[in-house]
Design a protein around this ligand. Structure first.
Ligand code: PLP
Length: 388
Protein backbone atom coordinates (compact mmCIF):
# COMPACT_ATOMS: atom_id res chain seq x y z
CA UNK A 1 0.00 0.00 0.00
CA UNK A 2 1.57 3.29 -1.14
CA UNK A 3 0.72 6.38 0.88
CA UNK A 4 1.32 9.49 -1.24
CA UNK A 5 2.43 12.71 0.45
CA UNK A 6 -0.33 15.20 1.21
CA UNK A 7 1.03 17.62 -1.39
CA UNK A 8 0.17 15.12 -4.14
CA UNK A 9 -3.52 15.20 -3.29
CA UNK A 10 -3.59 18.95 -4.04
CA UNK A 11 -2.35 18.36 -7.60
CA UNK A 12 -5.10 18.70 -10.20
CA UNK A 13 -5.39 15.78 -12.64
CA UNK A 14 -4.17 16.62 -16.12
CA UNK A 15 -7.42 17.37 -17.88
CA UNK A 16 -5.73 17.22 -21.28
CA UNK A 17 -5.07 13.54 -20.62
CA UNK A 18 -8.84 13.00 -20.38
CA UNK A 19 -9.37 14.99 -23.57
CA UNK A 20 -6.74 12.96 -25.46
CA UNK A 21 -8.37 9.75 -24.19
CA UNK A 22 -11.77 10.81 -25.57
CA UNK A 23 -10.27 11.87 -28.91
CA UNK A 24 -8.39 8.57 -29.23
CA UNK A 25 -11.54 6.58 -28.46
CA UNK A 26 -13.33 8.42 -31.27
CA UNK A 27 -10.43 7.82 -33.68
CA UNK A 28 -10.45 4.13 -32.74
CA UNK A 29 -14.03 3.97 -34.03
CA UNK A 30 -12.55 4.82 -37.44
CA UNK A 31 -13.68 8.47 -37.40
CA UNK A 32 -11.68 11.31 -39.00
CA UNK A 33 -11.09 13.41 -35.87
CA UNK A 34 -9.85 17.02 -36.12
CA UNK A 35 -8.03 17.67 -32.86
CA UNK A 36 -7.90 21.38 -31.98
CA UNK A 37 -7.96 20.76 -28.25
CA UNK A 38 -4.30 20.75 -27.27
CA UNK A 39 -1.71 23.51 -27.52
CA UNK A 40 0.88 21.52 -29.44
CA UNK A 41 2.41 23.32 -32.47
CA UNK A 42 1.76 21.19 -35.56
CA UNK A 43 4.71 22.29 -37.71
CA UNK A 44 8.37 21.21 -37.54
CA UNK A 45 11.30 23.13 -36.09
CA UNK A 46 13.06 25.25 -38.78
CA UNK A 47 15.80 23.31 -40.56
CA UNK A 48 18.72 25.55 -39.58
CA UNK A 49 17.98 24.88 -35.91
CA UNK A 50 17.81 21.11 -36.39
CA UNK A 51 21.10 21.33 -38.36
CA UNK A 52 22.71 23.17 -35.42
CA UNK A 53 21.83 20.23 -33.15
CA UNK A 54 23.28 17.80 -35.69
CA UNK A 55 26.52 19.79 -35.77
CA UNK A 56 26.72 20.08 -31.99
CA UNK A 57 25.71 16.55 -30.94
CA UNK A 58 29.11 14.89 -31.68
CA UNK A 59 31.03 17.42 -29.56
CA UNK A 60 32.42 15.39 -26.61
CA UNK A 61 32.28 18.46 -24.38
CA UNK A 62 28.51 18.22 -24.52
CA UNK A 63 28.55 14.56 -23.50
CA UNK A 64 29.71 15.52 -20.03
CA UNK A 65 27.61 17.26 -17.38
CA UNK A 66 26.84 20.79 -18.51
CA UNK A 67 27.71 23.74 -16.25
CA UNK A 68 25.16 23.84 -13.43
CA UNK A 69 23.06 26.73 -14.61
CA UNK A 70 23.69 26.14 -18.33
CA UNK A 71 26.18 27.42 -20.91
CA UNK A 72 26.94 31.18 -20.81
CA UNK A 73 26.60 31.37 -24.64
CA UNK A 74 22.89 30.50 -24.37
CA UNK A 75 22.28 33.10 -21.68
CA UNK A 76 24.01 35.67 -23.89
CA UNK A 77 21.88 34.59 -26.86
CA UNK A 78 18.59 35.15 -25.06
CA UNK A 79 19.80 38.48 -23.63
CA UNK A 80 20.70 39.55 -27.18
CA UNK A 81 17.22 38.57 -28.47
CA UNK A 82 15.52 40.57 -25.72
CA UNK A 83 17.69 43.58 -26.53
CA UNK A 84 16.90 43.37 -30.25
CA UNK A 85 13.18 42.58 -29.93
CA UNK A 86 12.20 44.61 -26.88
CA UNK A 87 15.08 46.96 -26.12
CA UNK A 88 15.44 45.27 -22.72
CA UNK A 89 18.92 44.98 -21.14
CA UNK A 90 19.57 41.74 -19.27
CA UNK A 91 22.77 40.73 -17.49
CA UNK A 92 23.31 37.18 -18.83
CA UNK A 93 25.07 36.15 -15.62
CA UNK A 94 22.60 37.39 -13.05
CA UNK A 95 19.32 38.00 -14.81
CA UNK A 96 18.88 34.84 -16.91
CA UNK A 97 18.04 31.29 -15.84
CA UNK A 98 17.87 28.44 -18.36
CA UNK A 99 14.87 26.17 -17.76
CA UNK A 100 13.84 22.70 -18.77
CA UNK A 101 10.88 24.19 -20.67
CA UNK A 102 9.05 27.26 -19.41
CA UNK A 103 6.68 25.14 -17.39
CA UNK A 104 9.31 23.96 -14.89
CA UNK A 105 10.06 27.57 -13.95
CA UNK A 106 6.37 28.43 -13.68
CA UNK A 107 6.02 25.62 -11.15
CA UNK A 108 9.32 26.24 -9.34
CA UNK A 109 8.74 29.93 -8.71
CA UNK A 110 5.93 29.00 -6.31
CA UNK A 111 8.28 26.64 -4.52
CA UNK A 112 10.90 29.40 -4.35
CA UNK A 113 8.57 32.02 -2.88
CA UNK A 114 5.56 30.51 -1.12
CA UNK A 115 5.40 29.06 2.35
CA UNK A 116 2.42 26.85 3.17
CA UNK A 117 -0.68 29.03 3.39
CA UNK A 118 0.82 31.98 1.46
CA UNK A 119 -1.45 33.57 -1.13
CA UNK A 120 -0.81 33.52 -4.87
CA UNK A 121 -3.03 35.48 -7.29
CA UNK A 122 -3.84 33.46 -10.41
CA UNK A 123 -5.89 34.38 -13.47
CA UNK A 124 -9.21 32.60 -14.03
CA UNK A 125 -9.33 31.30 -16.70
CA UNK A 126 -5.62 30.50 -16.76
CA UNK A 127 -2.94 28.00 -17.64
CA UNK A 128 -3.31 25.07 -15.19
CA UNK A 129 0.42 24.78 -14.40
CA UNK A 130 0.18 27.86 -12.16
CA UNK A 131 -2.16 25.87 -9.90
CA UNK A 132 0.18 22.87 -9.82
CA UNK A 133 3.08 24.98 -8.57
CA UNK A 134 0.98 26.64 -5.89
CA UNK A 135 -0.44 23.25 -4.82
CA UNK A 136 3.05 21.69 -4.55
CA UNK A 137 4.21 24.61 -2.44
CA UNK A 138 1.14 24.32 -0.17
CA UNK A 139 0.12 27.87 -1.10
CA UNK A 140 -3.38 29.27 -1.36
CA UNK A 141 -4.85 30.54 -4.62
CA UNK A 142 -6.98 33.62 -5.00
CA UNK A 143 -8.48 33.99 -8.45
CA UNK A 144 -8.45 37.11 -10.59
CA UNK A 145 -11.38 36.82 -13.03
CA UNK A 146 -10.63 37.51 -16.69
CA UNK A 147 -13.83 38.58 -18.42
CA UNK A 148 -14.72 39.93 -21.85
CA UNK A 149 -15.95 43.24 -20.40
CA UNK A 150 -12.43 43.98 -19.11
CA UNK A 151 -10.67 42.73 -22.28
CA UNK A 152 -9.64 39.57 -20.38
CA UNK A 153 -7.29 41.56 -18.14
CA UNK A 154 -7.37 41.27 -14.33
CA UNK A 155 -8.95 44.27 -12.62
CA UNK A 156 -6.63 45.02 -9.69
CA UNK A 157 -9.26 47.26 -8.08
CA UNK A 158 -11.33 44.13 -7.54
CA UNK A 159 -8.61 42.35 -5.51
CA UNK A 160 -9.55 42.86 -1.85
CA UNK A 161 -6.87 44.98 -0.11
CA UNK A 162 -6.30 42.40 2.67
CA UNK A 163 -5.84 39.66 0.04
CA UNK A 164 -3.47 41.88 -1.95
CA UNK A 165 -1.44 42.66 1.17
CA UNK A 166 -1.09 38.98 2.03
CA UNK A 167 -0.31 37.83 -1.52
CA UNK A 168 3.35 37.02 -2.22
CA UNK A 169 3.16 36.04 -5.87
CA UNK A 170 0.94 36.63 -8.92
CA UNK A 171 0.80 35.23 -12.44
CA UNK A 172 -0.08 37.18 -15.55
CA UNK A 173 0.03 35.79 -19.09
CA UNK A 174 -0.19 37.85 -22.30
CA UNK A 175 -0.65 36.97 -25.12
CA UNK A 176 -3.08 34.87 -23.14
CA UNK A 177 -3.82 31.19 -23.03
CA UNK A 178 -6.76 30.48 -23.28
CA UNK A 179 -8.46 33.79 -24.23
CA UNK A 180 -6.12 35.02 -27.01
CA UNK A 181 -6.08 38.49 -25.40
CA UNK A 182 -2.98 40.70 -25.43
CA UNK A 183 -1.87 43.40 -22.99
CA UNK A 184 -0.51 46.89 -23.64
CA UNK A 185 2.15 48.82 -21.76
CA UNK A 186 -0.48 50.70 -19.71
CA UNK A 187 -1.65 47.37 -18.25
CA UNK A 188 1.92 46.40 -17.39
CA UNK A 189 2.48 49.77 -15.69
CA UNK A 190 -0.63 49.20 -13.56
CA UNK A 191 0.72 45.73 -12.75
CA UNK A 192 4.10 47.07 -11.59
CA UNK A 193 2.38 49.73 -9.49
CA UNK A 194 -0.01 47.20 -7.88
CA UNK A 195 2.79 44.70 -7.20
CA UNK A 196 5.13 47.32 -5.71
CA UNK A 197 2.37 48.73 -3.50
CA UNK A 198 1.51 45.33 -2.00
CA UNK A 199 4.95 43.67 -2.10
CA UNK A 200 3.90 40.99 -4.62
CA UNK A 201 6.30 39.24 -7.00
CA UNK A 202 5.06 39.22 -10.61
CA UNK A 203 5.55 36.13 -12.77
CA UNK A 204 4.83 37.19 -16.34
CA UNK A 205 4.30 34.20 -18.63
CA UNK A 206 5.35 35.31 -22.13
CA UNK A 207 5.10 31.89 -23.80
CA UNK A 208 3.23 33.40 -26.78
CA UNK A 209 5.34 36.55 -26.99
CA UNK A 210 6.08 36.01 -30.68
CA UNK A 211 2.46 35.68 -31.75
CA UNK A 212 0.57 38.96 -32.15
CA UNK A 213 -1.89 39.83 -34.92
CA UNK A 214 -3.00 42.83 -36.98
CA UNK A 215 0.49 44.30 -37.10
CA UNK A 216 0.95 44.51 -33.33
CA UNK A 217 4.01 42.90 -31.77
CA UNK A 218 3.23 41.82 -28.20
CA UNK A 219 4.77 43.95 -25.45
CA UNK A 220 7.08 42.32 -22.89
CA UNK A 221 6.44 42.94 -19.19
CA UNK A 222 10.19 43.67 -18.83
CA UNK A 223 9.82 46.75 -21.05
CA UNK A 224 7.90 48.43 -18.21
CA UNK A 225 9.88 50.79 -15.97
CA UNK A 226 10.33 49.09 -12.57
CA UNK A 227 9.44 45.59 -13.85
CA UNK A 228 12.78 44.04 -12.90
CA UNK A 229 12.40 45.27 -9.33
CA UNK A 230 9.16 43.34 -8.86
CA UNK A 231 9.33 40.29 -11.05
CA UNK A 232 10.49 37.96 -13.75
CA UNK A 233 9.31 36.93 -17.19
CA UNK A 234 9.10 33.35 -18.43
CA UNK A 235 10.04 32.92 -22.07
CA UNK A 236 10.19 29.72 -24.11
CA UNK A 237 11.31 28.49 -27.52
CA UNK A 238 8.37 26.04 -27.68
CA UNK A 239 5.97 28.23 -29.65
CA UNK A 240 8.26 30.87 -31.19
CA UNK A 241 10.40 28.33 -33.05
CA UNK A 242 8.10 25.26 -33.03
CA UNK A 243 10.41 23.64 -30.47
CA UNK A 244 7.91 22.29 -27.92
CA UNK A 245 9.62 18.89 -27.86
CA UNK A 246 13.07 20.35 -27.18
CA UNK A 247 12.13 21.70 -23.74
CA UNK A 248 14.00 25.00 -23.67
CA UNK A 249 12.75 27.93 -21.63
CA UNK A 250 14.08 30.86 -19.62
CA UNK A 251 13.33 32.98 -16.58
CA UNK A 252 14.48 36.57 -17.05
CA UNK A 253 14.60 39.60 -14.81
CA UNK A 254 14.94 40.17 -11.06
CA UNK A 255 18.39 38.81 -10.05
CA UNK A 256 17.33 37.62 -6.59
CA UNK A 257 14.48 35.56 -8.02
CA UNK A 258 16.71 34.31 -10.85
CA UNK A 259 19.25 33.09 -8.34
CA UNK A 260 16.53 31.19 -6.42
CA UNK A 261 15.28 29.60 -9.64
CA UNK A 262 18.84 28.67 -10.65
CA UNK A 263 19.36 27.07 -7.26
CA UNK A 264 16.26 24.90 -7.50
CA UNK A 265 17.04 24.01 -11.16
CA UNK A 266 20.57 22.93 -10.18
CA UNK A 267 19.04 20.44 -7.77
CA UNK A 268 16.43 19.09 -10.14
CA UNK A 269 18.08 19.14 -13.57
CA UNK A 270 21.70 20.24 -13.70
CA UNK A 271 20.76 21.94 -17.01
CA UNK A 272 19.98 20.67 -20.52
CA UNK A 273 22.04 18.63 -22.99
CA UNK A 274 24.72 20.97 -24.41
CA UNK A 275 23.78 20.12 -28.02
CA UNK A 276 20.27 21.38 -27.37
CA UNK A 277 21.69 24.52 -25.78
CA UNK A 278 23.83 25.11 -28.89
CA UNK A 279 20.80 24.68 -31.18
CA UNK A 280 18.72 26.93 -28.91
CA UNK A 281 21.39 29.64 -29.23
CA UNK A 282 21.20 29.26 -33.01
CA UNK A 283 17.41 29.67 -32.83
CA UNK A 284 17.81 32.92 -30.90
CA UNK A 285 20.70 34.46 -32.82
CA UNK A 286 20.23 32.96 -36.32
CA UNK A 287 17.81 34.11 -39.04
CA UNK A 288 14.47 35.26 -37.62
CA UNK A 289 12.33 35.15 -40.80
CA UNK A 290 10.87 31.88 -39.51
CA UNK A 291 9.30 33.77 -36.62
CA UNK A 292 7.57 36.27 -38.92
CA UNK A 293 6.38 33.41 -41.13
CA UNK A 294 4.96 31.56 -38.15
CA UNK A 295 3.18 34.69 -36.98
CA UNK A 296 1.54 35.30 -40.35
CA UNK A 297 0.60 31.62 -40.70
CA UNK A 298 -1.32 31.77 -37.41
CA UNK A 299 -2.93 35.05 -38.45
CA UNK A 300 -4.17 33.51 -41.74
CA UNK A 301 -5.48 30.51 -39.82
CA UNK A 302 -7.30 32.79 -37.41
CA UNK A 303 -8.87 34.66 -40.32
CA UNK A 304 -9.89 31.39 -41.99
CA UNK A 305 -11.60 30.21 -38.78
CA UNK A 306 -13.49 33.48 -38.35
CA UNK A 307 -14.57 33.48 -41.99
CA UNK A 308 -16.06 30.00 -41.52
CA UNK A 309 -17.62 31.00 -38.18
CA UNK A 310 -19.24 33.96 -39.86
CA UNK A 311 -20.79 31.60 -42.42
CA UNK A 312 -22.37 29.43 -39.73
CA UNK A 313 -23.43 32.35 -37.49
CA UNK A 314 -21.06 31.62 -34.58
CA UNK A 315 -20.17 34.97 -33.04
CA UNK A 316 -16.99 35.56 -31.03
CA UNK A 317 -14.27 38.16 -30.68
CA UNK A 318 -11.07 37.56 -32.59
CA UNK A 319 -7.91 36.79 -30.61
CA UNK A 320 -5.21 39.46 -30.91
CA UNK A 321 -2.39 37.06 -30.05
CA UNK A 322 -1.39 33.50 -29.05
CA UNK A 323 -2.71 30.63 -31.17
CA UNK A 324 -6.02 30.18 -29.37
CA UNK A 325 -9.58 31.27 -30.09
CA UNK A 326 -11.87 31.58 -27.06
CA UNK A 327 -15.33 30.82 -28.31
CA UNK A 328 -18.67 31.11 -26.47
CA UNK A 329 -20.72 27.91 -26.30
CA UNK A 330 -24.31 27.94 -27.61
CA UNK A 331 -27.24 28.40 -25.22
CA UNK A 332 -28.22 25.32 -23.24
CA UNK A 333 -24.67 23.93 -23.14
CA UNK A 334 -21.89 23.95 -20.57
CA UNK A 335 -18.33 24.00 -21.85
CA UNK A 336 -17.97 20.27 -21.14
CA UNK A 337 -21.30 19.25 -22.66
CA UNK A 338 -20.57 21.26 -25.83
CA UNK A 339 -17.06 19.83 -26.10
CA UNK A 340 -18.44 16.28 -25.74
CA UNK A 341 -21.24 17.01 -28.21
CA UNK A 342 -18.96 18.30 -31.00
CA UNK A 343 -16.59 15.40 -30.50
CA UNK A 344 -19.42 12.87 -30.69
CA UNK A 345 -21.33 14.45 -33.59
CA UNK A 346 -18.72 16.42 -35.57
CA UNK A 347 -15.48 14.58 -34.69
CA UNK A 348 -13.88 17.85 -33.61
CA UNK A 349 -11.90 18.22 -30.38
CA UNK A 350 -12.23 21.57 -28.58
CA UNK A 351 -10.96 22.10 -25.02
CA UNK A 352 -13.77 22.82 -22.54
CA UNK A 353 -13.24 26.21 -20.89
CA UNK A 354 -13.95 24.83 -17.42
CA UNK A 355 -10.53 23.14 -17.59
CA UNK A 356 -9.00 26.63 -17.25
CA UNK A 357 -11.14 27.80 -14.32
CA UNK A 358 -14.74 28.58 -13.41
CA UNK A 359 -14.77 31.71 -15.59
CA UNK A 360 -14.18 29.43 -18.56
CA UNK A 361 -17.50 27.70 -18.08
CA UNK A 362 -19.29 29.24 -21.06
CA UNK A 363 -16.38 28.93 -23.52
CA UNK A 364 -14.39 26.39 -25.49
CA UNK A 365 -10.80 26.88 -26.63
CA UNK A 366 -9.90 26.20 -30.26
CA UNK A 367 -6.20 25.87 -31.11
CA UNK A 368 -5.10 27.19 -34.53
CA UNK A 369 -3.06 24.04 -34.89
CA UNK A 370 -4.08 22.52 -38.21
CA UNK A 371 -3.91 23.70 -41.83
CA UNK A 372 -6.53 26.29 -42.87
CA UNK A 373 -8.69 23.78 -44.80
CA UNK A 374 -8.90 21.48 -41.78
CA UNK A 375 -9.77 24.38 -39.48
CA UNK A 376 -12.53 25.50 -41.82
CA UNK A 377 -13.77 21.96 -42.17
CA UNK A 378 -13.99 21.67 -38.39
CA UNK A 379 -16.15 24.81 -38.20
CA UNK A 380 -18.35 23.70 -41.12
CA UNK A 381 -18.91 20.32 -39.45
CA UNK A 382 -20.00 22.14 -36.27
CA UNK A 383 -22.24 24.36 -38.45
CA UNK A 384 -24.12 21.27 -39.66
CA UNK A 385 -25.24 20.63 -36.07
CA UNK A 386 -27.43 23.77 -36.33
CA UNK A 387 -26.60 25.06 -32.88
CA UNK A 388 -26.07 28.73 -33.80
N1 PLP B 1 2.72 29.01 -20.51
C1 PLP B 1 1.62 28.84 -21.25
C2 PLP B 1 0.52 29.83 -21.14
C3 PLP B 1 1.53 27.73 -22.10
O1 PLP B 1 0.42 27.57 -22.84
C4 PLP B 1 2.60 26.82 -22.16
C5 PLP B 1 2.54 25.63 -23.01
O2 PLP B 1 1.55 25.23 -23.53
C6 PLP B 1 3.71 27.05 -21.35
C7 PLP B 1 3.75 28.15 -20.55
C8 PLP B 1 4.87 26.10 -21.24
O3 PLP B 1 5.64 26.01 -22.32
P1 PLP B 1 6.96 25.13 -22.33
O4 PLP B 1 7.04 24.34 -21.05
O5 PLP B 1 6.82 24.24 -23.50
O6 PLP B 1 8.07 26.09 -22.43
Amino acid sequence: QINPANRMTGLPTQFFATLVGKANAQTAKGRDVINLGQGNPDRPTPEHIVAALQDAAPNPLYHRYPPFSGYPFLKQAVAQRYKEDYGVDLDPDKEVAILFGGKTGLIEISQCLLNPGDICLVPDPGYPDYWSGVALAGGRMEYMPLTADNAFLPDYDRVKPDVADKAKLMFINYPNNPTGATADSAFYSRTVEFAAKHGIVVASDFAYGAIGFDGKQPVSFLQTPGAKEVGVEFYTLSKTYNMAGWRVGFALGNPEIISLINLIQDHYYCSLFGGIQAAAAEALTGPQQCVQQLNSAYESRRNAVFEAMNEIGWEASKPSGSFFCWLPVPKGHTSASFSDYVLEHADVVLAPGIGFGTHGESYVRLGLLAPEERLQEAIHRIGKLNLF
